[in-house]
Write a protein that binds this ligand. Structure first.
Ligand SMILES: Cc1cc2nc3c(=O)[nH]c(=O)nc-3n(C[C@H](O)[C@H](O)[C@H](O)COP(=O)(O)OP(=O)(O)OC[C@H]3O[C@@H](n4cnc5c(N)ncnc54)[C@H](O)[C@@H]3O)c2cc1C
Length: 427
């Protein structure tokens, strides 16, 4: 490595950080990814993500992983149903997909990205325990129980509670008003009536400003998100019982008067995990200015937003691809035409030009999508829900007529026979 080759650290091995590492490696630019988790297997990565043509899918094409993604993607997972508390089906999209936004499990996406990297790129068990200290020799990263590392270029891909972001702005995410309780049903085939209820993709079962949102994942798993509009300290004031069956009774008890068939989504859940998650968001119009050289943020570290517009991972992947392109432009030998070679300081100035251009594009889309997410949250959890969600999806035009084998569009509210006469042909 020449003295003008900068040392690059990416903090966070989420989808954004990993895609950036892949981008750099296919252009022969070395980098290290520092990740707080101790291995790829330490934690279930959560639910399914739909990748959009213009962002997530484009980024995967940029790093040569699109064909692999297509093999893992579930187009049928695009199906969406909207149901109210009585069980009435108010909206249904075709079960076969075709909307151009196929789903992939988060674990499969992460594994695909990890497997595409050179061995030892990810430094597991490296928790950046404090905001790095900038100095004339670069940024010094401090890890819990590990030696420090000093680097020239630092990319914060460390999610909502980024330890890199304070180098650029003191603004922190704010509570969005929504708390999720997340459950999981690991073998949905044992519950054919729930398969029929959910369909092949996701159902928004919403009323009275709260909801139950089941989502099909691969391998017969369903993630169930219970969404509540509650104060930020609600989970502390209402801790989930440690006994699983008591916890499920407690969660189901939050929906008095709802069709008991719907509450089966809670009672049928596995005993673990049953976890609470508060949803936070940065202000959509957040920007910053900096004199620091060689630093950038991507994904949730730059613009965490509520998940109700389904944009977060798509933006993270696109950000990563654009940062990768900026670094390649500044660093890759084949694109560096000047003679004699640039000094490290000159190289970093080139990198910085690319980073500042990236930020302009990133802020623009973060603002647009952050506002969209906030607006979606408002109508999804409005007192008259699901009226706003139905109106929103109907605004794209009527869904094509269902094929003849589909169950009737309106379930008989309150009548248990309404479920389970379903579309299991499509599973
Ligand atoms: C319930 C829920 C559902 C969602 N559904 C969707 C959806 O359907 N579609 C969609 O597009 N988006 C969705 N999102 C948003 C999406 O998950 C995020 O936008 C996306 O994961 C952001 O990717 P990232 O790489 O920026 O950060 P992350 O995925 O948050 O990854 C950050 C990584 O950094 C590591 N890290 C954190 N701090 C440190 C530290 N100090 N030191 C070292 N490592 C650290 C973490 O362990 C993690 O591996 C959802 C989010 C939630 C909460």
């Amino acid at each position: 490595m020449s003295s003008s080759t900068p040392r690059i650290a990416i903090v966070g091995a989420g989808p954004g950080g990993l895609l950036l590492a892949r981008y750099l490696q296919i252009h022969s630019i070395p980098c290290a990814v520092y990740e707080r988790e101790s291995s790829r297997h330490v934690r279930s990565q959560g639910g399914s993500l739909d990748l959009h043509v213009e962002s997530g899918q484009r980024a995967l094409k940029d790093v040569g992983l699109f064909d692999q993604f297509k093999k893992l993607a579930r187009t049928e997972g695009e199906q969406l149903k909207i149901i109210d508390k009585t069980g009435a089906l108010l909206f249904d999209s075709p079960p076969g997909g075709g909307g151009g936004r196929p789903e992939i499990d988060r674990t499969e996406l992460r594994d695909m990205l990890l497997d595409s990297l050179e061995p030892d790129t990810v430094k597991w068990d490296h928790f950046v325990s404090a905001t790095p200290i900038p100095s004339s020799s670069g940024y010094t990263l401090t890890f819990a129980n590990r030696p420090c590392a000093t680097v020239d270029i630092l990319v914060g891909a460390d999610g909502a509670w980024s330890h890199i972001r304070p180098l650029l702005t003191s603004v922190r995410p704010l509570y969005s008003s929504i708390t999720f309780i997340e459950l999981s049903i690991s073998n949905i085939k044992r519950h054919p009536h729930l398969i029929s209820l959910i369909g092949n993709g996701m159902a928004f079962i919403m009323s009275e400003g709260k909801g139950i949102i089941p989502q099909r994942n691969s391998s017969g798993t369903v993630k169930v998100y219970v969404g509540l509009q509650v104060p930020e300290n609600w989970l502390e004031q209402n801790p989930l019982p440690s006994n699983a069956s008591a916890a499920k009774d407690f969660v189901a008890g939050l929906f008095p008067g709802w069709n008991t068939e719907l509450l089966e989504l809670i009672h049928a859940a596995d005993n673990e995990p049953i976890v609470g998650r508060k949803i936070y968001a940065l202000p959509p119009d957040l920007t910053w200015s900096t004199d620091s050289k060689g630093i950038a943020l991507l994904g949730d570290a730059a613009h965490v937003m509520s998940p109700f517009a389904g944009q977060g991972v798509n933006l993270a992947l696109l950000d990563a691809s654009e940062i990768g392109a900026a670094l390649v432009e500044a660093l890759a030998p084949k694109t560096r035409k000047s003679e004699p070679p640039l000094s490290l300081q000159e190289t970093l100035a080139e990198v910085d030009k690319g980073f500042r251009n990236y930020e302009l594009a990133m802020w623009k889309r973060a603002q647009k999508n952050g506002r969209k997410s906030a607006a979606s949250l408002d109508f999804m959890f409005a007192d008259d829900s699901p009226a706003g969600i139905v109106k929103f999806f109907n605004s794209f035009g009527p869904p094509p007529p269902p094929p003849p084998m589909l169950p009737p569009l309106i379930l008989d509210s309150g009548d248990s026979k309404g479920f389970g006469q379903g579309n299991s042909e499509y599973i």
